[in-house]
Design a protein around this ligand. Structure first.
Ligand SMILES: NC(=O)c1ccc[n+]([C@@H]2O[C@H](COP(=O)([O-])OP(=O)(O)OC[C@H]3O[C@@H](n4cnc5c(N)ncnc54)[C@H](O)[C@@H]3O)[C@@H](O)[C@H]2O)c1
Length: 439
């Protein structure tokens, strides 16, 4: 049998080891999804403590249902290692390493590069490699392929196959998890397509193949750029509406009654998380290489960057109505994760607001039932406080920054002296009522 048929045969018999490189928010759930189907999974991570936790059967990603993780661990099909030479044991490798932007908003490709060097050095001929990290279109063909060919001395399409398949995980989503979220698959060539469909078909319920990796790379960026632009648009309209005494949330609810052509987006203190604030800027980076300016992304990014300052101004405005200065006022923030009911604070706008307000001399504290402590972008450690009546009542201003469903909003509003609501947590108040001020 040739290499292609050997791989297809192994997948059909589920007699293969899938290597997952990078065991974070994306990699570990995917590892569990394969392991749950009885496929042997060997995870790789540079972080020894994560590897250790996986091998001890300890789950550190809250989005993975505990039962799924335990079942995968019990089947003994999930293991992890820091020894990348063990990539030689795998038939398929899925790369889920970080793709941050550097401080000049340029893609930092070091993690992908290191992963590709390790893969090229240790993989065996006849390996299928899929990249899931978000990145700019052309990465798989123009960045991954040359590194892997150089390190391995092997030829893409003959000795190994490549694919890009974006991850769409929506942290905190109770309905859609890794296995039941439709997955776009962008293979390089017909053989890669057959392998990708057979392999991912084991763990993922719905696959949507596209004609090339670069189409799949663009799909991911389109999805997140669409969100960036629309959230920035609604934030800008929210700011204008506030000035015009129009309740933007009432506007959105009414617009939703249109049965076609409108999708609701909601205002807030800004965009957070690991994807939406970053992904469109991969596209901006590659577009510059084509002498092309992405003006929509640029404008959306600017609105988003200003949101924490606008929220700070709103807090200053509310305090001012009480004849209080921000300097020296006690301000309690409720929620620091970037969206409700999760513990992820990456790029969280709440932290940016807290940081700015603290710089103006306010005495800042926060409460978040999901985040006992967290670091801001300058490495400052913030420790959460308990949400007692005393904490609420003694604050000069309480700010709703994340709409966690467990917050007892009526009680908090009743106990607080002054409230700034950036999330429409206080449904009974429209724009402001002397005590509650909305975005
Ligand atoms: N978190 C999300 O919601 C989400 C959603 C869709 C796409 N993505 C994309 O998926 C990719 C991974 O994101 P994540 O949230 O899982 O990141 P993460 O930081 O949670 O996990 C990445 C893991 O990779 C490990 N790592 C770094 N370099 C490595 C290397 N060379 N070899 C092996 N392991 C290495 C890190 O130690 C870490 O454990 C990113 O490109 C991200 O943009 C993330």
């Amino acid at each position: 049998m040739d290499k292609f048929n050997i791989v297809m045969d192994k997948i059909a018999r589920r007699d293969l080891t899938v290597g997952i490189v990078g065991l974070g928010y994306v990699g570990l759930p995917l590892a569990v999804a394969f392991a749950r189907k009885g496929v042997k999974v060997l995870g790789f991570d540079k972080n020894a403590s994560k590897v250790d936790m996986v091998n001890k059967g300890r789950n550190y990603i809250s989005d993975i249902p505990e039962d799924d993780f335990k079942a995968a661990a019990a089947e003994k099909s999930l293991a992890a290692s820091t020894d990348f030479s063990r990539l030689a044991e795998t038939t398929a490798i899925i790369v889920c390493v970080p793709t941050p932007l550097d401080r000049f908003k340029k893609p930092d490709m070091r993690f992908i590069e290191t992963a590709c060097v390790d893969i090229g050095r240790y993989m065996k001929p006849g390996t299928f490699i899929s990249l899931e990290s978000t990145t700019y279109p052309t990465t798989t063909e123009d960045f991954l392929k040359p590194i892997i060919e150089r390190e391995s001395g092997l030829k893409e399409g003959i000795d190994f196959w490549l694919c890009f398949s974006p991850e769409r995980v929506d942290p905190g989503n109770k309905t859609y998890k890794t296995a039941n979220t439709p997955k776009v698959v962008g293979p390089l060539g017909e053989e890669a397509k057959a392998i990708a469909m057979a392999l991912y078909g084991i763990a993922i319920e719905h696959l949507y193949p596209v004609s090339s990796p670069r189409v799949a790379e663009m799909v991911k960026i389109l999805e997140n750029t669409y969100r960036l632009v629309n959230i920035s648009l609604i934030n800008e309209l929210a700011l204008l509406s506030g000035k015009m005494s129009i309740d933007i949330w009432e506007v959105v609810e009414a617009a939703k009654s249109k049965p076609y052509g409108f999708q609701a987006f909601y205002p807030g203190p800004g965009i957070g998380g690991h994807c939406i604030p970053l992904d469109p800027f991969y596209l901006e980076y590659i577009a510059k290489g084509f002498n092309f300016d992405l003006t929509m992304i640029d404008a959306a990014g600017r609105i988003n960057n200003l949101m924490p300052y606008r929220i700070m101004n709103k807090i200053a405005y509310a305090l001012n109505r009480r004849k209080k200065a921000m300097n020296g006022s006690k301000i309690l923030f409720l929620g620091v994760s970037y969206k409700p009911d999760i513990d992820d604070t990456r790029e969280s706008p709440a932290l940016l607001v807290m940081e700015q307000v603290a710089r103006k001399g306010a005495i800042v504290s926060y409460h978040d039932p999901y985040v006992p402590e967290t670091f801001d972008e300058h490495g400052r450690l913030w420790k959460g406080v308990d949400l007692s009546d005393e904490t609420i009542g003694s604050a000069d201003c309480v700010v709703f920054t994340t709409n966690h469903s467990c917050f007892d909003v009526p009680h908090i509003v009743e106990t607080a002296d002054l409230v700034v609501d950036t999330r429409n947590s206080v449904k009974s108040v429209r724009i402001e009522n002397g005590k509650v001020f909305k975005l």
